[in-house]
Design a protein around this ligand. Structure first.
Ligand code: ZN
Ligand code: ZN
Length: 271
């Protein structure tokens, strides 16, 4: 299975990406959680434009990608999983869990270190949230995240299969937890015991500072609960809350070039 999965990496990635995107976009059309405050066409143009730009830059800079890094690390026999004898199945599960913890810690760091916040705040300038917000990240943040992921994969020696599983799952959950969809409260409560739901991540996009510095998880909701950064609901409620950042409210400043220049502007110094 390992060889089959890795041999069809691109098809698997694209299949999941378009499949989940289509399902979430349809769900948003049928049962939206909040009315959108901005033109969907303009926001989608910006968010999808950024997604295409990021994909091209990452391909250009890192031809091998994280799965390639895992294959290289595996063939050289470096890293922790080569030193301890763990069954392959357990190694895959542990790797996915540990990579998720790394992403949680990385996200929290992007909020707490001012220089990193300059890069990450672009993600928070979206004035609405929907399936396309899940890929709205500054290219410099994407490059830095990739380097951190390479580091984690090298040190842990995660099997290439788990890196691919993790990346596909992260991509899918990011689209899911940014989606503007209704999930009945009892189901949300149940799902939240394991994963980050759209209601949980929406708190993270609140204009209120203490709310956007909480709920850093992307896949598992456990890290926020264990490390004390969990916030169950927004103070103003999901319909009353304001999304985005207080200093970035004008949509005419939030075009593709506008948001790409956000890290270098004076306003990015504020929290
Ligand atoms: Zn954030
Ligand atoms: Zn987000």
């Amino acid at each position: 299975m390992n060889t089959f999965v890795l041999g069809n990496e691109v098809a698997i990635r694209l299949g999941f990406f378009f499949g989940i995107f289509f399902i979430m976009a349809l769900w948003e059309g049928i049962a939206p959680r909040r009315p959108l405050s901005q033109s969907k066409k303009t926001r989608w143009f910006v968010n999808i434009g950024i997604t295409i730009l990021n994909t091209a830059i990452l391909r250009l800079v890192f031809s091998a990608g994280a799965v390639g890094t895992a294959l290289i690390a595996q063939s050289r026999g470096w890293s922790i999983f080569h030193l301890v004898d763990v069954p392959f199945g357990l190694e895959v599960v542990l790797s996915v869990l540990l990579l998720d913890l790394v992403i949680y810690l990385q996200h929290a760091s992007f909020h707490f270190f001012p220089l990193l916040w300059r890069l990450h705040l672009m993600h928070h300038t979206d004035l609405d949230l929907d399936v396309t917000s899940g890929a709205r990240f500054h290219p410099l943040e994407m490059l830095l995240s990739m380097v951190i992921k390479f580091g984690a994969v090298f040190i842990l020696g995660t099997p290439a299969l788990s890196v691919l599983i993790f990346e596909v799952v992260l991509n899918a959950t990011s689209m899911f937890n940014h989606a503007n969809v209704v999930i009945p409260k009892p189901i949300d409560r149940l799902l939240r015991l394991l994963i980050v739901t759209p209601d949980m991540h929406r708190v993270h996009h609140s204009v209120i500072i203490r709310e956007h510095h909480s709920n850093f998880g992307f896949n598992l909701s456990w890290w926020d609960r264990i490390l004390g950064t969990y916030r169950a609901q927004p103070k103003e409620g999901h319909l009353g809350m304001t999304l985005g950042l207080a200093n970035y409210r004008r949509q005419d400043e939030l075009g593709i070039f506008g948001i790409l220049s956000v890290p270098f502007g004076k306003r990015a110094a504020g929290r």
